[in-house]
Design a protein around this ligand. Structure first.
Ligand code: PXP
Length: 243
């Protein structure tokens, strides 16, 4: 079964709603790890709408599993990554107007720039993952620029109607996953995954890590973060029968 990267951005979203000090995403990361999270993921956005630089710096010292930094492919973020040295970084597209990340990175339109960026980061021993749509041309481009990982965008699967559309979206992810692995890429996935739709994605052969945020933090508000993380671990392995 793939590992679980818990995205704690929305703990910071609640804090930033009042620009105060609570709840602290650093405390959330500790609790998530105690409950079985295999990794902690944060997205430091250019507009700093949730996670702050301070969070990233402290998390680097306190996270005991691995720290995945989601970031835009900007000079500012590359400099910060080189300084903080997360365990890996995931490149995501960023648009100030969006509520959340809306689509994958278009590698094809900026191949040389991304290749240089991957070389810089991986040269500093920070593996790079690219959040991309399950699209063969993007997968081939990710392999060409020699990124170690891709993260397949599971949004279309998550949003597909139950039944045939969802089955087709899952098959699309399966093909993309196998195609990527055959090109030497390692494969993660995420976005829009929930307790109810995660298990089929977790069963895709070769899937390494699922990055999940919103559904876990939403449930944590009601039942506590440790229980929410434990339940997600169970959902990934198909052992959550009732929620
Ligand atoms: N993966 C990436 C690249 C993301 O941008 C996000 C959202 O920040 C996630 C995974 C997690 O998505 P969700 O919050 O819908 O679980």
């Amino acid at each position: 079964m793939p590992s679980l990267g818990v995205n704690i951005d929305h703990v910071a979203t609640i804090r930033q709603a009042r620009r105060t000090v609570e709840p602290d995403p650093v405390a959330a990361a500790v609790l998530a790890e105690l409950a079985g999270a295999d990794g902690i993921t944060v997205h430091l956005r250019e507009d700093r709408r949730h996670i702050q630089d301070r969070d990233l710096r402290i998390l680097r010292q306190t996270v005991r599993t691995h720290l995945n930094l989601e970031m835009a492919a900007t000079d500012e973020m590359v400099a910060l990554a080189l300084e903080i040295k997360p365990d890996y970084i995931t490149l995501v597209p960023e648009n100030r107007q969006e509520v959340t990340t809306e689509g994958g990175v278009d590698i094809l339109s900026q191949q040389q720039r991304l290749k240089d960026l991957v070389q810089t980061l991986q040269g500093a021993e920070i593996p790079v993952s690219l959040f991309i749509d399950a699209d063969q041309a993007q997968i081939e481009a990710a392999a060409q620029i020699e990124a170690q990982f891709i993260e397949l965008h599971t949004g279309p699967y998550a949003e597909a109607q139950l039944g045939r559309p969802q089955a087709e979206a899952l098959n699309h992810l399966h093909q993309a996953c196998q195609g990527a692995i055959s090109l030497g890429l390692r494969v993660n996935a995420g976005h829009g995954l929930t307790y109810w739709n995660v298990h089929p994605v977790a069963c895709l052969a070769g899937m390494e890590e699922l990055n999940i945020g919103h559904t876990i933090i939403s449930r944590a508000v009601l039942v506590g973060l440790e229980r929410a993380v434990r339940e997600m671990k169970a959902a990934i392995s198909g052992q959550l029968h009732r929620i």
